[in-house]
Design a protein around this ligand. Structure first.
Ligand code: GDP
Ligand code: MG
Length: 734
């Protein structure tokens, strides 16, 4: 036997083709097929065919049951303008089973029609009949029970027999946990007798109670009443064939029961609601059917909770998709160290958007589950926004530190330039640092606080701590630069007088020339040291705290850190003064200069007499002897000038105690001990502590250079000698 689902095979009364058109527009779905499989297309139909997916709770469910061929499908089609298959006399033998579903016309109602053999009458398997009845009771708010008038009072009639089974299994499966009541809406068909409806109703009610009392109830449920589970309502219809017009009129009256909430006998009362939002219907109904098929305990509240969990997860996941796109956008916006000022507002917007997307659908589900899932969603949202929060905080810290360092350096340099004309150090270091530090911290705080999301429970005290460490670290570096500046200034001051003094000593070129020069160095350096002491002690100790923090030596010595520091600065100064001297000597004693010095000395001796009067050579004069003496004297200057003679260090007590001491000079300070490297991206420059090598600075002119100077000088001297000789010859010949 083939099933004919195409519309042509449906039989409609003449002039009643409207339902067919609506059905063509929408579509009827076989919810459960012959194999008892649940359709995968319910949500699709809810969306595309029935347009109920977004209805929330604003839709109703109605199912029908009753014996085969009692006009159930016919009634549903008339009542709801659905397009369920109606059977002709000729097709009575059809044996398909299944549950069909369609939307009732313009009403927000899902209608379920059950098809199947009447197992009871034919003595066949009652399994499907029982299952579909259970399913209907579980999901439908209203179950239409269809029966002929002539079946009323037939206690053992097919309908009542089915009801008995259903009540029994219903009790066993659902027990007390069946949730909302169900309305049994009895429609007595072919009501042709004069017996009033009330009387028929009373008969049916009496039978129902009798059935109920005879049910095989589990012990714990033996006192349960029919009324605890079901409400009962009655109506009847005239004979379709005998009174077709009255039938139509009555059906229209019945329709009000399902479509007009103001109607007295309106059936979809809140108390019957299954509380299943339309978008969760597929999942819920499928779950119920699974339990019914597998004959497992069906606990509807639990089923609803499971549904809530499933749907809330789905809705949450859907809400997180646009959310993550937004977070991605925010992450990009803070790339390259950017700081976005209205980030907090953006966080708030995105969160509100995401949560309301969730609330819109999820709030219809089980309240406890919904609230729990909402918390979870919020936690996810907060967590993912926090990565942006952390990123921007990091950016703000970098910016603050960079700007702190740049601005402080600029201000300190300006102070220095201002102080250069006047006396002493400006002493502004600490106030500059404090001011800039406050600005940096306030900047970061303002950025972070503007980002704070209410209830997100983000903290940033660690960030401020990190910021402070970075600022201290930068301060230590600035301080080193500042110290270097002070020492350089002291050195320059010292050189102002010492430089000319050295030039004079060099010009004299006495035998103790180097002793004089070195004594002068020690004296000038000591003056510089006094300057330094005044600069450092008179000021605010140059933020010594930053020194002890990063300078292991000062910190570990635990003595007077300031004294230790001053000692180091002095060594640095001495070093600079020494370097200043060497530089000066190199300028004064270059090859050119030295050549001049030798030449001058030679000329002094050779061309002038002891009184400084130019010599006029005569034949009697010992030109050769004078020349040899003068040249030897001039050349003796060469080794004297070519290197610094520190022989005096061993004989001169004052020099021995200063320049001769091992720790008089140092190239640079040692630093960067005790710094938590992981904390800083960069390290302080590390100065190697090494003793200054005096020896290496001693040579001013090497032997090759000396030979060059000597050769060039000798040529000049020889020329002067020849000139002298020629002068004598000329006077002779005159
Ligand atoms: P279902 O199997 O219960 O769905 O019954 P159908 O709606 O397919 O109808 C079966 C047969 O009963 C069809 O031939 C209908 O014309 C006929 N029928 C439908 N409604 C009525 C009615 O109210 N009274 C009578 N006497 N026959 C009806
Ligand atoms: Mg039918």
């Amino acid at each position: 036997v083939t099933e004919e689902h195409d519309l042509d095979s449906y039989s409609y009364e003449k002039g009643n083709s409207k339902p067919a058109k609506i059905a063509a527009k929408r579509g009827m779905l076989q919810l459960i097929d012959e194999e008892q499989c649940f359709s995968k297309d319910v949500s699709k139909y809810m969306k595309e065919q029935w347009h109920l997916f977004d209805a929330g709770f604003d839709y109703n469910l109605v199912a029908v049951f009753g014996s085969q061929s009692t006009g159930k499908s016919t009634l549903l089609n008339r009542l709801f303008q659905t397009s369920f298959k109606e059977m002709n006399e000729s097709k009575r033998q059809q044996t398909t089973k299944g549950i069909w579903c369609d939307r009732g016309g313009e009403m927000p109602v899902l209608v379920f029609d059950v098809e199947g053999t009447d197992g009871r009458e034919r003595g066949e398997d009652q399994d499907f009949e029982r299952k579909s009845a259970l399913f209907s009771l579980a999901i439908a708010e209203v179950v239409i029970v269809n029966m002929w008038e002539n079946m009323v009072g037939l206690y053992n009639g097919a309908n009542m027999g089915l009801l008995k089974t259903v009540f029994e299994v219903n009790l066993m499966l659902f027990g007390r946990n069946r949730g909302a009541k169900t309305l049994l809406y009895f429609v007595i068909r072919d009501h042709v007798s004069r017996t009033p409806l009330e009387v028929l109703g009373q008969t049916v009610t009496k039978d129902l109670h009798k059935i109920w009392s005879e049910l095989n109830k589990p012990d714990e449920l033996k006192d349960e009443q029919l009324d605890d589970y079901f409400d009962i309502q009655f109506t009847s219809l005239p004979h379709l064939l005998l009174q077709p017009e009255r039938f139509d009129t009555e059906v229209r009256r019945l329709r009000l029961d399902f479509s007009d909430p103001s109607h007295d006998t309106y059936v979809f009362k809140d108390k019957y609601s299954r509380q299943v939002p339309a978008d969760g219907f597929q999942h819920y109904a499928e779950g119920v059917w699974e339990k019914v098929v597998s004959n497992k305990d069906l606990d509807l509240p639990t089923q609803q909770e499971l549904l809530a969990q499933y749907r809330c997860d789905e809705i949450s996941a859907a809400a997180l998709i646009p959310f993550r796109e937004n977070v991605q956008g925010l992450s990009i916006s803070i790339g390259g160290g950017n700081v976005v000022r209205d980030m907090g507002k953006k966080f708030e917007e995105i969160r509100t958007q995401t949560v309301s997307r969730f609330d819109e659908q999820a709030s219809r589900y089980n309240k406890t589950v919904y609230e729990k899932k909402r918390q979870q969603l919020l936690a996810t949202v907060h967590g993912e926004l926090q990565t942006v929060f952390v990123g921007q905080t990091k950016n703000a810290i970098s910016r603050a530190v960079t700007s702190f360092e740049e601005t402080s350096a600029k201000r300190l340099e300006m102070n220095e330039r201002g102080a250069a004309g006047g006396k002493g150090y400006s002493g502004e270091f600490c106030s500059v640092i404090k001011g800039e530090k406050t600005k940096a911290v306030e900047y970061v705080k303002s950025v972070v606080e503007a980002m704070m999301l209410k209830d997100a429970e983000w903290t940033y005290s660690n960030d401020i701590e990190l910021l402070n460490k970075k600022l201290d670290f930068a301060t230590a570096r600035l301080r080193m630069i500042e110290m270097e500046r002070i020492v350089n200034r002291a050195q320059k001051n010292a050189m102002v007088n010492y430089g000319p003094q050295v030039s004079e000593i060099l010009a004299d070129a006495r035998a103790d020339m180097w002793e004089q020069i070195l004594m002068g160095l020690v004296d000038s350096t000591r003056n510089g040291e006094l300057d330094l002491e005044i600069d450092v002690s008179g000021m605010d100790k140059l933020g010594l705290e930053y020194s002890t923090k990063v300078d292991g030596d000062a910190a570990s010595a635990n003595t007077d850190a300031a004294a230790v520091e001053l000692q180091k600065l002095k060594r640095r100064l001495r070093q600079l003064c020494w370097e200043g001297l060497v530089k000066h000597l190199n300028e004064e004693l270059g090859e050119q200069m030295l050549h001049m010095k030798l030449r001058n000395r030679f000329e002094d001796k050779f061309k002038y007499d002891a009184k400084g009067i130019p010599k006029v050579w005569s034949a009697r004069d010992d030109i050769d002897g004078c020349f040899a003496t003068a040249k030897a004297e001039a050349l003796s200057l060469l080794p004297l000038y070519s290197s610094i003679d520190i022989g005096c260090l061993s004989t001169n007590f004052a020099l021995k105690n200063t320049l001769g001491k091992q720790d008089y000079f140092y190239v640079a300070e040692e630093t960067a001990t005790g710094v938590d490297e992981a904390l800083y991206e960069e390290r302080l420059p590390v100065f190697q502590l090494r003793r200054f090598n005096l020896e290496s600075s001693l040579v001013l002119l090497n032997s090759i250079q000396q030979r060059g100077v000597s050769k060039k000088f000798s040529r000049d001297a020889d020329t002067m000698f020849l000139e002298a000789k020629r002068a004598v010859v000329m006077t002779k010949t005159q």
